[in-house]
Ligand binder design. Sequence first.
Ligand SMILES: C[S@@+](CC[C@H](N)C(=O)[O-])C[C@H]1O[C@@H](n2cnc3c(N)ncnc32)[C@H](O)[C@@H]1O
Length: 209
Amino acid sequence: MGYTHPTRFAGVMGNAVLLAQNFVAEVTNEGCLAVDATSGNGNDTLFLAGRVGTSGKVYAFDIQPAALEVTATRLKEVDLQDRVVLIRAGHEAMDVHLTEPVDAFLFNLGYLPGGSHAVYTRPDTTVTALSTAVKLLKPGGRIAVVVYTGHSGALEESQAVQNMAGSLDPRVFGVLKVQFANRPEHAPYLILIERAIAKDEDLAQQTDC
Ligand SMILES: C[S@@+](CC[C@H](N)C(=O)[O-])C[C@H]1O[C@@H](n2cnc3c(N)ncnc32)[C@H](O)[C@@H]1O
């Protein structure tokens, strides 16, 4: 291919992960509380930690110690470790670790790139975690889910995420499915969720953090 310049999120080198980050960036500012539901190699955790500033906090979950170790190392390299709580637990247990209202969630599903392809997110636990996220989300807050369909079990998870997101009350949540129209059918796609600001008290708790 003759295209070598990395472009923004929808370009030749663009990808669903950057789109997800862009979607939550607008509501993830200094002092905000953000959650990376799958810390993996730490890219999203670092991104969120950069956004929330010194007075904000990021909670990052993963079930694989190797993922959390990589993330911890990368955070230390850029001195952002103090604003991140790394949790070795499945995101389905998020409600045990987190009760405060949250500004933004990133869910990057699937398996750890460079790690075992046998460890990947599953429909039941992903839906449990997303249901918790929806409950914890502040008015005006956002959830971005990067969904993969190429690996074993992925289609079931993709369907479960769509069913869950599709059942959210449209008076309270805006839900988008965003897909590259000119890439293979199994390319990653996004489910983007935003909670509406419905009342004056919602506005008062809104996400300028
Ligand atoms: C695609 S990777 C995440 C990429 C990561 N966000 C990044 O920026 O590098 C998916 C991760 O989900 C993790 N995972 C699988 N099941 C999980 C669960 N129930 N709870 C939390 N993490 C899980 C895997 O261990 C893997 O590291």
